[in-house]
Design a protein around this ligand. Structure first.
Ligand SMILES: NC(=O)c1ccc[n+]([C@@H]2O[C@H](COP(=O)([O-])OP(=O)(O)OC[C@H]3O[C@@H](n4cnc5c(N)ncnc54)[C@H](OP(=O)(O)O)[C@@H]3O)[C@@H](O)[C@H]2O)c1
Length: 347
């Protein structure tokens, strides 16, 4: 593939800048357009982030969706706007990479998938870590029985955000809180590991117990924990926070050892490690490098799937059923702590 997929970006915030930078390393795609709600932010993004790369700039997302030179859009808005723009993009015939979480709840994600099906476009939730070789290496170890039978998973994603209450991370109207912003990662990992242990792409938990602290001022979950029980008797303990730094490692304990991945959520080009601890043995450390930036790898997964005529990616990237299972688990976690965002169809 020779950089044939023509990308447009909706939104010019923090992750849009990272994706745009990553896309420069993609072997399959290139950025051709960027849209902001204002012309000056689109111009600033092009000048500062794209270092003068020549792209079309729009002051409305609709205008980018009408651009025939765009094949695929990357949706980089706060979560509450993912569903609207993904459905509009599908209606405009654009393929879609949508930031995580796919939506505010499972019902919205179902409507997005229905729109992709109806308009025959590709749709993927942007869990980029699933596109990195560290995940395929981890899957190989689990399948080979490197730690025997998987029994327990511990995974955290938490950080102390230094922002005021109006920022999307703490703002109820912008879908703030840790469960949706970062909890979606360890939930997706736990479901994936339980699935790999069962010879599947993912498994959904039979039970979800949750606890959480909802900020008095913010009304969003600032710290939250969940316990998942899987049908193959695997247990997972997951934590998410936007008010404190957590030890953001993944630990998978088995009948004959345990695996530690010190940092999985935004894997790097080099320096990624998987450590296998075996009973009575020296730990074995695997170093995993990637051929490119993780966002370039993600864009290449999208392009390869589209070139192959697929509407959803092959595992371990997030396919539609995986996304729906993840959204449902997030719904259940929020329900357990009575965290609502006021949507008529939220669980
Ligand atoms: N995969 C990852 O590594 C990763 C990392 C961080 C975040 N994310 C996800 O990416 C999404 C965006 O996160 P972010 O950190 O980039 O957020 P951000 O810095 O706040 O940027 C969001 C952008 O969305 C656009 N937007 C559209 N409607 C908006 C509204 N009503 N209020 C505020 N902004 C609006 C704005 O762009 P314009 O002004 O140009 O329209 C804004 O710059 C979230 O869903 C988040 O979960 C993913």
């Amino acid at each position: 593939m020779m950089n044939t997929l023509r990308w447009g970006i909706l939104g010019t915030g923090a992750i849009a800048a990272k994706f745009a930078a990553g896309l420069l390393e993609s072997t399959s795609g290139r950025l051709v357009a960027v849209a902001s709600r204002r012309r000056d932010t689109a111009d600033t993004f092009a000048a500062e982030v794209l270092s003068g790369l020549s792209v079309a700039r729009y002051d409305h997302y609709e205008k980018l969706l009408a651009d025939k030179a765009v094949d695929a859009v990357y949706i980089a808005t706060p979560h509450p706007f993912h569903a609207h723009w993904a459905i509009a993009a599908a209606q405009a015939g654009k393929h879609i990479l949508c930031e995580k979480p796919m939506a505010m709840n499972k019902a919205q994600a179902e409507r997005m998938i229905a729109a992709a099906q109806k308009h025959r476009v590709f749709l993927m939730e942007a869990f980029m870590y699933r596109c990195h070789p560290v995940v395929t290496e981890l899957r190989g170890l689990l399948r080979q029985g490197a730690i025997g039978q998987v029994r327990m998973i511990h995974a955290n994603f938490g950080f102390r955000c230094a922002v005021d209450d109006t920022h999307r991370l703490l703002n109820h109207a912008l879908g703030g809180g840790g469960i949706l912003d970062v909890g979606c990662y360890p939930i997706s990992l736990a479901r994936w590991v339980a699935g790999v242990a069962a010879g599947r792409d993912f498994l959904d938990p039979t039970a979800v117990a949750g606890a959480g602290t909802i900020g008095v001022r913010t009304g969003v979950d600032e710290m939250a924990s969940a316990l998942l029980t899987f049908p193959n008797e695997i247990l997972a303990c997951v934590n998410a926070a936007v008010r404190c730094d957590l030890p953001n490692a993944v630990h998978i304990a088995g009948s004959e050892g345990r695996i530690e991945v010190p940092w999985l959520w935004v894997p790097r080009r080099s320096g990624n490690r998987i450590i296998v601890h075996r009973p009575n043995g020296e730990p074995m450390t695997l170093a995993i490098d990637a051929p490119a930036d993780v966002y370039a790898l993600e864009a290449d997964v999208v392009a390869a799937a589209i070139a192959g005529g697929l509407q959803e990616p092959p595992a371990p990237a997030m396919n539609w059923a995986d996304t729906l299972g993840n959204m449902q688990t997030l719904d259940r976690w929020r329900e357990a702590i009575n965290l609502k965002y006021g949507y008529a169809d939220e669980a």
